[in-house]
Design a protein around this ligand. Sequence first.
Ligand code: ARG
Length: 469
Amino acid sequence: MTAPESQKMWGGRFERAPDASFYEFERSWSFDRRMLPQELALDRAWARAIAAAGILTNEEGERLVAALDEIEARAKSDVAWLDASKAEDVHHFAETALIEKLGPLGAKLHTGRSRNEMVATEFRMYVKEAVREIRGALGLLVRAIAAQAKANLGIPMPGTTHMQHAQPLLLSHWLLAHGEAFQRDAERLAAAAAGADACPLGSGALTGCAFPLDRKALARDLGFSRITANSLDAVSDRDFALETLFALATLAMHLSRLAEDMVLFASPEFGFIELPDEYSTGSSLMPQKKNPDAWELIRGKTGRIYGSLFALLTTCKGLPSSYQRDLQEDKEPLFAAHDQALAMTRIAAAALAATKFREARLREAAQDPALVATEVADYLVAQGIPFREAHEIVGKVLRAAEQDGKSIREMPLERLKQFSPLFGRDLSTVLTLESALARRGVAGGTAPGAVRAALADFNARIAKLEENP
Ligand code: ARG
């Protein structure tokens, strides 16, 4: 097979067509066809801009725009047409279709522009849209978290560090802890989209357009808030894609951490949650099994998104100034990360919303007396004992309790007094779960009042996120 198609774009100085296998190797149509909507929007804006600059008549500009509309309509209804195309890339596809429709007028559209600036512009447009979509999915996830936090308000659970019982907390506090991470992800993505929101058009291949173009009007026409500052930088800058990939990798990491908690909580040893049938699977061998596959897959897919970030970082490393064909490798990692992060976030939102928290089991686990050891030390501190000393005393009390085969709640006052005369009857009131929770009333703490306030604040930020997805 010879592959003369793309030579129409650049074949003048060539004697022979590219080798067929090389043509397959260098083509990007199979994946950059995803940017066809951005390509056609750009082409329409360009037709208007060069008509305004006097390069085309207004009538020519209008005919080009109408033909591009028709191409868009056909592309939507005739996928076979796209599948059959032998175009080199999305820009070549649109140009070929336009020339087929309009002949020489179609061939006028590429005046004064380069695919280098086009691909940078369309990729930025794609990234802005992808971020909007993922922020929408994040909205569902933080809503699911807020709904569970509200429905389960007041349920305690054991809080751990190093996976060891540490202090009790409210289940809603744990839920909102994950929620905070996702709120930050939404902000990080918005910042990445703001980075992408600069229009390179008018940069030409590398040195700028030679025709008197109104770059700002062109940028506005395509929904950009500003133009890029330097043509050479604009055709080679992919920072916006890297920042988006970093934001997606961090989101995936947060999803993976939530997933890890959920997998643990679903195990019989924890038994904190009941997995929803709709988001679990069974075993083909063991009839008793209900597996947390949704969460395991979310955890498992995180690596691919890290891979995308590293792939693009590596592509950009060591490139000389200006556009290099290496940069064509920017799109597949971002598309893949976009697809995966979107699916992961949506499934996490739905699976979390459908999860039942097992209140009785959580309450029982939160009763572990080890969880109130800090309270005993604080009790002694309140009587004037320096904290380090109090810590030492309580350590000894706990060791004795272990030897006596009792919990600290069951130790007789007389026995406690052997360790400090300051222990009194009122100690029992600080050893309750309720007291341990209620004492954490600082902003950001786990006391019921503080968590209620945190939930209200969390909801207010969700509303903001949804206002401006
Ligand atoms: N398909 C190319 C890409 O994605 C478009 C730009 C091609 N420019 C060039 N000078 N060959 O980067």
